[in-house]
Design a protein around this ligand. Structure first.
Ligand SMILES: *[C@@H]1O[C@H](CO)[C@@H](O)[C@H](O)[C@H]1NC(C)=O
Ligand SMILES: *[C@@H]1O[C@H](CO)[C@@H](O)[C@H](O)[C@H]1NC(C)=O
Ligand SMILES: *[C@@H]1O[C@H](CO)[C@@H](O)[C@H](O)[C@H]1NC(C)=O
Length: 153
C-alpha cells in the first residue's frame, strides 16, 4: 500500500471578521489551508492555547470533484466569546497551524486588539477642570452655535 502525498505549497490563510474586539462580543473567523492530498489538519490557538474549531470543511478541487486523489482544501471555522481572559495587555494572539503528518507544517498568526468601550459623551464634556476639557467645551459650544445658526436659517 502506497500513499501518494501531495505536499502543500504555501501556508494557511486566516480571515477574522474584525481586527478589534470588545469584551462580550463573539469573534468569527476561518482558516483555509493550501490544497493537499490527503487533507491537512488545521488547529487553532489563542495565546498559545489550543481552541476547538467551530466547524471543519473539506473542499475538493471543483474542476474534478470525482477524483479521490484530488488535492483538498480544508477550512476550519473559529467562533470565540471574547471575555476578560482573551486579551493579554490588550492583545489576543490567534494562530492557525496546518500540518500534514510530520512532513509539512506551516502557520499564520494574527494579532487582535482589545477595543475599549468609548467614554460616554457626558464624561467628555464632564466636570474635569483641565485646559483639555475647556477646549472640548469650547468646541462643543461652537458646534452648538453652528447647529443653532443652521436651525435659525
Ligand atoms: C471566511 O471568512 C471570510 C471573511 O469573514 C468570509 O468572507 C468567507 O466567506 C469565510 N469562508 C468560509 C468558508 O467560511
Ligand atoms: C474541544 O473538543 C474536545 C473533543 O471533542 C472536548 O473534549 C473539549 O471539551 C472541547 N473543548 C472546548 C473548550 O469546547
Ligand atoms: C490529523 O490528526 C489526527 C489526530 O491527531 C491524526 O491521526 C492524523 O494522522 C492527522 N492527519 C494528517 C494528515 O496530519
Amino acid at each position: 500500500y502506497v500513499l501518494v502525498i501531495d505536499v502543500p505549497e504555501g501556508k494557511p490563510e486566516v480571515f477574522i471578521e474584525k481586527d478589534m474586539y470588545e469584551i462580550g462580543y463573539t469573534l468569527r473567523g476561518n482558516c483555509t489551508s493550501p490544497p493537499s492530498y490527503p487533507a491537512i489538519n488545521l488547529t487553532w490557538f489563542l495565546n498559545e492555547k489550543k481552541v476547538n474549531e467551530s466547524f471543519m470543511m473539506r473542499l475538493a478541487d471543483p474542476d474534478n470533484p470525482e477524483d479521490r486523489r484530488n488535492p483538498l482544501t480544508t477550512v476550519a471555522g473559529l467562533e470565540l466569546e471574547i471575555d476578560g481572559a482573551t486579551f493579554q495587555s490588550g492583545k489576543a494572539r490567534i494562530r492557525c497551524v496546518a500540518d500534514l503528518f510530520n512532513i509539512y507544517q506551516a502557520q499564520e498568526d494574527v494579532v487582535l486588539e482589545e477595543e475599549r468601550p468609548r467614554p460616554r459623551p457626558s464624561s467628555v464634556l464632564g466636570t474635569r477642570d483641565s485646559s483639555g476639557s475647556t477646549w472640548l467645551r469650547a468646541t462643543f459650544l461652537m458646534n452648538t452655535a453652528v447647529v443653532l445658526s443652521l436651525i435659525i436659517r
